[in-house]
Design a protein around this ligand. Structure first.
Ligand SMILES: *Cc1c(COP(=O)(O)O)cnc(C)c1O
Length: 371
């Protein structure tokens, strides 16, 4: 058996090589490097697939979140609530905008922010909540939306891991005031470099975000405000437009692979397979199991040529970056337990059936042989 990586971006490139190579060459021939018609075309295509009025492209997913916060006027004196379990991009943008990060614990079964914990953290200074559809699965949007509406708080969705995931049939990224997307190469829809986008139905906000992302100017020299430089480049847009045609197919493949894992791993004592929230379409950016003997299992799989990952080994409140908040494990007991047990198994659309069976066999062997 060849080594099995956690993700294999080359396999996907090989499957669409001609189209991608053509798209890249065309952009270069036309020197449409920054913004330009390929970026406009991708924005239009992405917005249409979501049935949303505005898509604002930008440099990456972190910028997408930052641009939303800044364009909502969130800054010094404000608080923004977010989940204890995510990548640091979700929370660092809050601080960079000038506001205070307030963490809330997760739902242990689904790893997304716990609505009950949100309510406990709301103060008169709370201006927004950034929820994360972690690993490809929607947060509990019905309750969260109610909480936001009741308290007059902006709902911002971090959809970096959940392109085209749904909750009660509605696509994530369309529940709140704005949805932020990353097209980092390893995401479900990935560029060949950094890229990001924001979706919103709010036309006035869309204009403010477009302006802020581009030096505070909509035209060439009309700088109404100071902004930042966060643009998608033409090569990434052209690549993403090609890949967008395949996203349904790739999502389906991820879901099928996850099903195979579920079947193979369902009766192993010592691990827990991921649970899918009812009424959702999980798009399996990551296939995350729980295991108390994680380190041993990881090492065992690695010696058998199987790469795994941990997303993420330290929950956000416990990172050095947030030491100043003075949190202890009991403040976020579910995120703390999860950080020591979660394990991401290889998953990508091109991963073949026999590899999944092989990985599963090795996991069974680990638990049988050592019990
Ligand atoms: C990847 C990711 C981001 C940041 O996206 P970049 O494009 O890398 O800036 C934000 N939030 C989550 C949950 C992510 O996984």
């Amino acid at each position: 058996m060849n080594p099995i990586p956690l993700v294999d971006l080359k396999a996907q490139y090989q499957s669409i090589k001609l189209e991608i190579d053509n798209a890249i060459q065309t952009v270069i021939n036309e020197t449409a490097f920054i913004k330009g018609k390929y970026v406009v075309a991708f924005e239009k295509a992405y917005a249409e697939k979501y049935g949303v009025k505005n898509c604002i492209s930008c440099g990456n997913g972190t910028d997408a979140l930052f641009i939303i916060l800044k364009s909502l006027g969130i800054g010094v004196g404000d608080e923004v609530i977010t989940t204890a379990q995510s990548w640091i991009a979700t929370s660092e943008v809050i601080t960079q905008a000038g506001a205070r990060v307030v963490f809330a614990d997760i739902e242990p079964e689904y790893y997304t922010i716990d609505p009950e914990q949100i309510e406990k953290k709301i103060t008169p200074r709370t201006k927004a909540i950034i929820i994360v559809h972690l690993y490809g699965q929607s947060a509990e949007m019905e309750t969260i939306k109610k909480i936001c509406d009741k308290n007059g708080i902006h709902l911002i969705e971090d959809c970096a891991q959940a392109h085209f995931a749904t909750y009660q049939g509605q696509k994530v990224g369309t529940f709140g005031i704005a949805g932020a997307f990353s097209f980092f190469p390893g995401k479900n829809l990935g560029a060949y470099g950094d890229a990001g986008a924001i979706l919103t139905q709010d036309d006035a906000l869309a204009i403010r975000m477009r302006r802020f992302a581009c030096h505070g100017a909509l035209g060439k020299h009309d700088h109404e405000i100071e902004g930042i430089n966060s643009r998608m480049d033409g090569l990434q847009a052209a690549i993403l437009s090609v890949k967008l045609k395949y996203i349904e197919q790739w999502t389906k493949a991820r879901q099928e692979k996850a099903q195979i894992y579920n079947q193979e791993l369902s009766n192993i004592k010592g691990i827990r397979i991921p649970k899918t929230r009812p009424e959702t379409q999980h798009v399996f950016h990551l296939y995350v199991i729980r295991c108390e003997r994680r380190k041993e299992l990881m090492d065992f799989l690695q010696t058998n040529g199987i790469s795994t990952g941990v997303h993420y080994p330290v929950a956000l409140p416990f990172l050095k970056a947030y030491e100043y908040l003075g949190h202890s494990p009991k403040d976020f007991s579910e995120a703390y337990r999860a950080q020591n047990e979660i394990l991401s198994l290889p998953l990508y659309p091109e991963l073949d059936h026999s590899s999944i069976v092989f990985i599963s066999q090795k996991i069974k062997e680990f638990f049988n042989g050592t019990k």
